[in-house]
Design a binder for this molecule. Structure first.
Ligand code: NAD
Length: 487
């Protein structure tokens, strides 16, 4: 088992500690702050609840986390030493001198520095080749990017060993071709940040409006394709070179505060177009557009489930368009929607788990109709599903318009028995039969349906009892018959 030493356990060092420990490395921390142990403990808790769900495999056993009274003790056995002390060059130099006096000769020292070049960090070091930049992004335990920046003083085999260590804990080391102040990503952030400060100062936009300009639009595009692939699509069939020729000159107009732009010579345009071809040329513009759309749907729907950012916008729009409950003498229309792109699987149709999701959504809507809404649930009572039987009768593809009609077969005491029919137009795709138990959320045990719900539920049960008996009620697995009809 490998050991990482974390020197400086603040915002960034704590994130590194969590990334290594959860990936099975032992972690030895040194930080003179008496609060460091508490702070890292809190970061570890956040990491434990979020990181393991990103993998579809079991995580390794968590490594041991130890806190040390001296830097020397923390680094002595480490394979990799991560320096995350405050961003002051003298402090960093001093820290490397102490580390190198105590660490193994084959250990690698990575610095989290946001701004300094490796050659600056290596000045006057006992072994400059041991020190390189490993610039992470907060939270280090979730975001995969590490800017790995060596200088000419780092032997290639050490850089390769560093790269392998970073890969082994799920990071993506992006190795810079040459060192530069503030590496790659922070240069973009600083450009955006500088524009934002001007806009707030000049009352063009508030902080909230600026964040909306990012998170409702280009921020979503950047998240899945970055800058150049996104612009490749914007150039359409005419291509990347055409796109730059068309829009490039406006970079020199005084639109922004950043008007120091490289001249768009034919050589530079050709260089970008060639690199873009190598990066994305394997896919046609239409194929790229479809990949983009699939990605955006997945991201937007994930945000919708979180009711955050652009996802909160989608939810507000849905609420504004939500239909009423309809005529209770008929099966209730509890779902009406299209099959989203991210519900389909390798068979090219709606995945079986999504049938249950549709029926779960239908049950939620039925609960709302009888008064078991968010306020009722916040009051401490709800329904839990005790039993489910789904029959998959036909396929549904992405984009198909589907709806669910719901009957309440019985309801009273502590139970509610629902029968959902999922259709695409007239075509019956599936049925879902569910027994639900009314529960107290305090005791987590069954309790009688409250008077607040019982009246409405009873009216629906009596109205639905007059409807023709639906085919498939009470069917057992593997039996086609209608057990309900035989009752
Ligand atoms: N905050 C970010 O978003 C971010 C992102 C990437 C990289 N970085 C870089 O990470 C480094 C640390 O930044 P941070 O945001 O975690 O700062 P921070 O202030 O949260 O943490 C610094 C920690 O270092 C400790 N410390 C101070 N002197 C020390 C010493 N001599 N030996 C050991 N520990 C010492 C402090 O007690 C503190 O816990 C900086 O180089 C910064 O540029 C920060």
């Amino acid at each position: 088992m490998k050991t990482a030493a974390i020197i400086g356990g603040g915002v960034i060092g704590g994130g590194w500690a969590a990334r290594f420990a959860l990936n099975g490395w032992n972690v030895a921390v040194f930080d003179p702050d008496p609060q460091a142990q508490r702070k890292i403990g809190e970061v570890m808790e956040n990491a434990r609840r979020s990181l393991p769900g990103l993998t579809d495999l079991a995580m390794p056993e968590e490594g041991a986390l130890s806190y040390h009274a001296t830097l020397e003790e923390a680094v002595e056995r480490a394979d990799l030493i991560i320096e995350s002390v405050p961003e002051r060059l003298d402090l960093k130099h001093n820290t490397y001198a102490r580390i190198q006096a105590a660490c193994r000769g084959d250990a690698i020292i990575g610095s989290s520095t946001s701004g300094y070049k490796p050659s600056q960090l290596q000045q006057d070091a006992a072994d400059p080749g041991q020190i390189m930049v490993m610039h992470p992004f907060n939270p280090v335990y979730l975001l995969p990017l590490i800017e790995l920046v060596p200088s000419g003083a780092n032997p290639a085999d050490r850089v390769e060993r560093a790269r392998q260590m970073l890969l082994s804990v799920g990071l993506h080391p992006l190795q810079l071709r040459a060192e530069i102040d503030a590496h790659i990503a922070d240069r973009f952030l600083e450009a955006v940040w500088r524009e934002a400060l001007w806009m707030v100062r000049d009352d063009i936009a508030t902080t909230g409006e600026i964040d909306n300009a990012i998170r409702y639009g280009f921020g979503l595009r950047w998240a899945q394709m970055g800058l150049f692939e996104t612009y490749r699509i914007a150039g359409g069939e005419a291509g990347m070179a055409h796109f730059i020729e068309q829009f490039g000159p406006c970079l020199q107009w005084p639109w922004t505060r950043l008007t120091d732009v490289p001249e768009l010579t034919p050589e530079l345009i050709a260089k970008i177009a060639d690199q873009s071809d190598a990066q994305s040329g394997g896919l046609s513009i239409r194929e790229l557009e479809r990949a983009r759309d699939d990605n955006l749907v997945a991201i937007l729907r994930a945000l919708k489930a979180r009711d955050w950012g652009a996802g909160a916008l989608l939810n507000a729009h849905d609420r504004a368009r939500a239909p009423g409950e309809g005529d209770i003498a008929r099966p209730l229309r509890t779902v009406a929607r299209a099959v989203p792109l991210d519900w389909t699987d390798y068979n090219g149709h709606m995945n079986e788990a999504r049938y249950l999701q549709v029926f779960g959504d239908a049950t939620d809507r039925f609960m709302e109709i009888i008064g078991c809404d968010a306020d009722y649930i916040a009051g401490g009572q709800s329904f839990f599903t005790a039993e489910t039987h789904i029959r998959h009768l036909a396929e549904a593809r992405a984009g198909a318009r589907i709806h669910v009609d719901t009957r309440c077969l019985s309801g009273g005491g502590k139970k509610m028995h629902l029968f959902h029919q999922l259709f695409a137009g007239e075509n019956l795709l599936a049925t879902g039969e569910h027994m639900l138990i009314h529960v107290s959320l305090d005791t987590r045990r069954a309790t009688a349906i409250s008077d607040a719900l019982a009246g409405k539920l009873d009216r629906i049960v009596r109205a639905h009892a007059r409807l023709p008996h639906p085919e498939g009620v009470g069917a057992a697995v593997g039996k086609k018959g209608d057990a309900g009809a035989a009752r």
